[in-house]
Design a protein around this ligand. Structure first.
Ligand code: MLT
Ligand code: ZN
Length: 467
């Protein structure tokens, strides 16, 4: 509990209505989508300007109070969890469009802008913001940048990092930095912008971003293919990517499809059951692309890789097919899934898939395992579902042990323990499988430069060091 004098200082900065102290506000602003921790902040503040953010940071620095930056709280790694009496600084009110420049095709927005609003703004300008994922309706652009969000279009458009042309941040030292100013070319030494992207609120609070927009794609079609086995998914990927620039190549297992269909009432793509399904999307600039795709489909069927398939004939059919993939995450919440978000280079996927599959089959003989993810990016979302009769604690203990084995496998394949969800609290004990001891100690050193008092999101990414 903060003292009345500190509360008064916070009110002086943000105003009475923007300091929230009710239990339901703590619950709302103190958690992300993870269910492992209890919300326990000491206050929630909603600043309305960069100046106010700076004043909050300076006050917290002076009084040695921890801050948890908060966006749309759709994260899956505990990066926005305030469990240890921190002040939550929610950026919701910094949600305006500051400036749009049609020649540069850039737009400067407040960090609290909802991702979908940015996408819609781009469409209104005849342009496109290509980062897309299921939670765009509530996630915020600042949180996307802080976690370098990925999603379903990475194979073609890359991650959030690729679209950030400039940033305004308040560091843990209370400095306001304007980074890269929207420049396309800027070789003037260290590019701090990229340090802040994916830093999970540990270096500073992202307040404003200049986002690069691009040309809107031509009409796209979606193809869902039933695939015979794991290795064949990669054969299909190679067959298609060697001839067509895909905008997405996703996959999911029969179990994932069964759950989505049962839970959401969606129609199955075709009657043939297959162990796995691939969802491909590509632009049809002309009829030739469609013909090429059909001939690739036939080739894959002849090879025995593909058992059946469907191509969308309309926008509504395309979006219905997308729902089979996009609704998996939401569908699985009721099973308290233990989420793995792992990646290896696509070329290493065949060997890795074989080993990780063998490992989970051996180690989770009685658990339901749901496979899906962005396999075209080398990214698997391996979800383990909690059996009803097992306590949550026992379930997490068992999954943690297996995660260490998956971590060792990832180290062998030089893969990542967090492909796109971030490290937060959930993955920090596995960081060393993907980053060397020297790297982690350099990360800590970088944090101490930008956040000398260690007040920003302490305990996220790595544990707080005992002195
Ligand atoms: C997805 O790809 O559906 C998201 O990353 C969410 C999830 O993994 O559950
Ligand atoms: Zn994902």
């Amino acid at each position: 509990m903060l003292s009345p004098s500190i509360l008064k200082q916070l009110v002086t900065i943000v105003g009475e209505d923007r300091l929230l102290l009710a239990a339901e506000d703590f619950q709302h602003y103190g958690l992300d989508r993870t269910t492992v921790w209890q919300a326990n902040p000491c206050a929630v503040v909603l600043p309305g300007s960069i100046k106010e953010v700076q004043q909050i940071v300076l006050l917290a620095k002076e009084l040695n109070l921890a801050i948890v930056p908060s966006g749309g709280r759709t994260g899956l790694s505990g990066g926005a969890v305030a469990k240890d009496g921190e002040i939550v600084v929610a950026l919701d009110r910094l949600n305006n469009i500051q400036e749009f420049n049609p020649l540069d095709r850039t737009v400067t927005v407040g960090a609290g802008m909802i991702t979908e609003n940015l996408q819609n703004f781009a469409v209104d300008q005849g342009l496109f913001y290509p980062v897309d994922f299921a939670s765009t309706g509530s996630s915020q652009i600042g949180g996307n940048i802080a976690t370098n969000a990925g999603g379903i279009n990475v194979i073609r458009y890359g991650m959030t990092r690729q679209w950030v042309a400039g940033l305004t941040v308040v560091t843990g030292a209370g400095d306001v930095l304007e980074l890269n100013q929207g420049l396309m070319k800027n070789n003037t030494g260290y590019d701090f912008r990229h340090l802040f992207i994916g830093s999970e609120g540990t270096l500073g609070l992202i307040c404003e971003a200049t986002i690069q927009l691009t040309r809107a794609p031509e009409e796209t079609v979606v193809m869902v293919l039933g695939i015979d086995d794991f290795p064949a998914i990669l054969d299909v990927l190679q067959a298609f990517t060697s001839k067509i620039d895909l905008t997405a190549f996703e996959f999911f297992s029969q179990l994932a499809l069964d759950k989505v269909v049962a839970h959401q009432g969606h129609a199955i793509p075709f009657d043939t059951k297959a162990p796995f399904y691939a969802l491909l999307e590509f632009e049809i600039k002309d009829r030739e692309v469609l013909e090429l795709a059909m001939s690739l489909f036939e080739h894959c069927a002849e090879q025995g890789w593909v058992l059946d398939g469907v191509v969308s004939q309309s926008l509504s059919q395309a979006s219905a097919l997308w729902k089979l993939r996009e609704d998996i995450s939401e569908t699985l919440w009721e099973f308290q899934p233990y989420k793995n978000d792992i990646s290896v280079r696509v070329s290493r996927m065949p060997g890795f898939l074989g080993e990780v599959n063998e490992l989970v089959e051996q180690r989770y003989p009685d658990f339901e395992i749901v496979w899906y993810g962005h396999i075209g990016d080398g990214n698997l979302h391996l979800n383990i579902l909690k059996p009803e009769d097992l306590s949550s604690d026992d379930f997490v203990t068992q999954c943690t042990a297996v995660s260490n084995e998956i971590g060792q496998l990832l180290a062998k394949y030089e893969g990542s323990v967090s492909a796109e969800h971030g490290v937060g609290l959930l993955k920090r004990d596995y960081l060393h499988y993907s980053r060397s001891a020297s790297e982690i100690s350099l990360m800590r050193a970088v944090k101490s430069v930008f956040d000398p008092n260690g007040i920003l999101n302490p305990g996220k990414l790595f544990a707080v060091e005992e002195h």
